[in-house]
Design a protein. Structure first.
Length: 187
């Protein structure tokens, strides 16, 4: 038996169809059904690249770590686009990633400057830096990946990206990821 993932639009169309009387015509929104295998592959891509993102957090040189992280996130979105058979435009994705990171990091509780400053606290700084910076880079990569998975599964492509909506989704993803990480650390 094959299962299909239903999005909010699918549920709305099912409800609209069931509520409509027999003499009414209802046109449900069209959203492609995503196979569980494709969804599983997308999550594996996000997870693998979030791990690579954590590795970039170990780079001690400012800006080099940001460039490396951006490259990993662009590569991840390229792999996701290939998984969902969506044409890829590297320049567009680079600008999307830059806008997402630029819109997230300054308002996040662990802004880039604060994260780097942790490394310079005597004695414990380097140890905290080894834990905090990779965790933040991994969480940011994971959140951006999940947002693109959701976008592609709703039928979006790289031409229909709504950056403001994505920034909000990434912020929510980061807060959920950090809450999960904190809960795991205290358990």
């Amino acid at each position: 038996m094959e299962r299909w993932y239903l999005t909010t639009n699918n549920w709305e169309s099912i409800i609209m169809t069931n509520l409509a009387s027999s003499d009414q015509t209802v046109s449900p929104p069209v959203t492609p059904a995503v196979s569980p295998e494709r969804h599983k592959q997308a999550l594996a891509i996000v997870k693998r690249n979030a791990g690579f993102g954590a590795i970039t957090g170990l780079i001690p040189l400012p800006l080099l770590d940001v460039f490396a992280l951006t490259g990993i996130q662009v590569k991840m979105i390229s792999e996701l686009a290939e998984n969902y058979e969506i044409p890829f435009n590297e320049n567009a994705v680079k600008s999307y990633v830059a806008a997402l990171i630029g819109g997230i990091v300054p308002v996040s509780p662990l802004s880039g400057a604060a994260i780097r400053a942790v490394r310079y606290v005597p004695f414990v700084g380097p140890l905290l830096g080894l834990a905090v910076v990779p965790a933040f880079a991994s969480a940011l990569t994971w959140a951006i990946g999940r947002v693109f998975v959701n976008h592609f599964e709703k039928g979006g492509d790289l031409l229909s990206v709504d950056l403001e909506s994505m920034k909000d989704q990434v912020k929510r993803g980061l807060s959920r990821k950090s809450a999960t990480t904190e809960a795991a650390a205290t358990a």
